[in-house]
Design a binder for this molecule. Structure first.
Ligand code: KIV
Ligand code: ZN
Length: 562
């Protein structure tokens, strides 16, 4: 008895010796063609209406796509009207070519020629199925019969195009041997060569040969072998532009496209976020941004990916998955503490070593390159390490906590994540910081104070401090002198009940929120048992911020011990 999986016929790779593609690299952008408005649209539960298609079309223009397949104008009145609106409504810039798809059938070809009247730049794209399976089960035809469908269509297209070309239209041709991947390679070469000849292709008037993986049925390396083989065997190679049209049935559409480029393809048909029949077409965003991360200019602009994603979700009613490369909600979020620490260190490394390169572990791309922000990079959950909370404070709110303080604040955040059992958003982390440190202003409060400062003949600074303090209901005066404001304040509290600390360290920096700039001081004290206490003070006055920081540390100690 056969097992269920044995009903599948394995893909037969073509024998290839001395393949060249594995040693090559992608060094420049291919010609991009968007098939969103055709292959993507035909795969929607609710195909786009005119307004939606127009909005989508204009977004593709903003991204910089220069060849756009706008539909199948012979397929329905709606498709025809959309084509006419794009042309008559003046939506198509002079440097953009619209592409229209048609089956290799006479009446559909004639209708398509009607639909493109008046356009400046057009690619007329025709196709028929060539694979062994389609010939056998759909067309009941041999290779000669299938070739005749293609060459008859090519003859008609060539003939009908001449008056339009003479009238000034920049009209080019594209032929797709549909289901190319399942076609015998020598036959694929034969039919494509015949089409080139019937279209009178020359090196000056090249024809696009679009080699689709209509249903992805093999590993990307086998596909690359097919492309390299096809290109080597095609007699009129110099009269053709080799284009790919990968679908994603095995989840390898991106790899298929990339390896196909290595094998010599020059053009890619793709869609935003991989919309398209079944598992979709290959995702143009991933392909382009993969090039970007290798230092290659993809010549497409995805610098505002959120806007593109919003447009896409609105017009197609599809969702971009949370882990979709470069665009998903979660792709710039690190949950693991060790990842967060490494991101933190990478960011610091970049700030310290002006290398000009992106060198941050776990972030293959600078989120800012796709218009994403640093704030959502790290969300804190119970797996996050001590550096994660400090990273959020720095990148989302501008607080540069001293290293020694990271474990203590990390612990505060950890206790909260354990309590609530979910991740914490940046705003909640800020709240924890504020309530634990900045708002620790009682029981010891500085009600009012003044400093007097003079510098002696040797250049030494002398500061005297006088202030009124409150401890619960008791108000009292303190006075002290020292070589700076912190020293003077520390001496002033000498002999008071808040006197049993040694001063370990202090750090201060400016922090800006809107047009308002304040000083933030981080104070590190030790109590008589050698335990660390941190405090944070904020003020517009740089002398007052550290005093508030000292009182914050003392008040935190007091709250913990009373
Ligand atoms: O996937 C495919 O083969 C197609 C062709 C019409 C190019 O969409
Ligand atoms: Zn397709």
């Amino acid at each position: 008895m056969k097992q269920a999986f044995e009903k599948y016929i394995p893909f037969q790779p073509i024998p290839m010796a001395n393949r060249k593609w594995p040693d090559r690299q992608i060094k420049k952008a291919p010609v991009w063609c968007s098939v969103d408005l055709r292959d993507g649209n035909q795969a929607l539960v609710d195909p786009m209406n005119l307004q939606e298609k127009l909005e989508y079309f204009h977004t593709l223009l903003d991204i910089g796509v220069k060849e756009i397949e706008i539909g199948f104008p012979s397929a329905s009145e709606t498709e025809y009207e959309i084509c006419r609106e794009l042309i008559d409504g003046g939506h198509i810039p002079d440097d953009v070519t619209i592409q229209v798809l048609v089956q290799a059938r006479e009446h559909l070809i004639k209708k398509t020629f009607e639909a493109i009247q008046g356009a400046k730049n057009v690619i007329l794209h025709f196709y028929n199925s060539t694979s062994t399976l389609q010939r056998k089960v759909v067309f009941h035809s041999d290779m000669a019969g299938i070739t005749k469908i293609a060459t008859d269509a090519a003859d008609l297209i060539y003939e009908m195009s001449q008056p339009m070309i003479e009238a000034g239209m920049n009209l080019r041709f594209e032929y797709s041997p549909e289901s190319f991947m399942g076609t015998e390679m020598d036959y694929a070469v034969e039919i494509c060569q015949a089409v080139l000849e019937h279209l009178h292709a020359t090196p000056e008037r090249k024809v696009i040969l679009n080699l689709p993986s209509t249903v992805e049925n093999c590993m990307p390396n086998y596909f690359a072998d097919e492309i390299e083989y096809f290109i080597e065997k095609l007699p009129s190679r110099d009269c053709a532009i080799i284009s790919l049209h990968p679908h994603n049935d095995r989840g390898c559409g991106v790899a298929t496209a990339e390896m196909g480029l290595l094998a010599g393809a020059e053009r890619i048909e793709a869609t935003l976020f991989g919309n398209g029949e079944r598992t979709g077409n290959v995702d143009i965003v991933t392909l382009a941004m993969n090039m970007w991360t290798q230092g290659v200019d993809p010549e497409l602009d995805f610098s505002d990916i959120n806007r593109i994603r919003d447009m896409y979700e609105r017009t197609t009613k599809m969702k971009v998955g949370e882990r979709q490369p470069y665009a998903g909600e979660l792709v710039f979020t690190a949950f693991s503490g060790s990842h967060q620490d490494a991101i933190n260190k990478g960011t610091q490394w970049m700030a310290q070593h002006d290398s000009g390169y992106w060198e941050v572990p776990y972030l293959p791309i600078d989120p800012a390159d796709v218009g994403r922000q640093y704030e959502p990079i790290i969300r804190i959950n119970s797996q996050s390490g001590k550096g994660g909370a400090a990273f959020v404070m720095q990148h989302s709110f501008g607080f540069d906590l001293p290293k020694a303080m990271h474990p203590e604040f990390g612990h505060i955040v950890q206790v909260e994540t354990d309590r609530v059992g979910t991740e914490l958003k940046a705003e909640r982390i800020y709240e924890l910081f504020k309530t634990n440190y900045i708002d620790a202003v009682k029981p010891y409060e500085l009600v009012s104070h003044s400093f007097a400062e003079y510098t002696d003949a040797e250049g030494h600074s002398h500061v005297t401090f006088g202030g009124t303090m409150r401890h619960k209901e008791t108000v009292f005066q303190i006075q002290g002198a020292g070589n700076g404001p912190i020293d003077a304040f520390f001496n002033a509290i000498h002999g008071q009940k808040m006197d049993h600390f040694t001063f370990v360290d202090y750090k201060e920096h400016a922090i800006k929120s809107g047009s308002d700039s304040q000083a933030v001081a981080y104070i590190h004290l030790k109590d008589e048992n050698g335990q660390d206490w941190f405090g944070v003070g904020m003020s517009h006055n740089i002398n007052l911020a550290p005093l508030k920081g000292i009182l914050s540390a003392i008040n935190r100690w007091y709250r913990a011990n009373h």
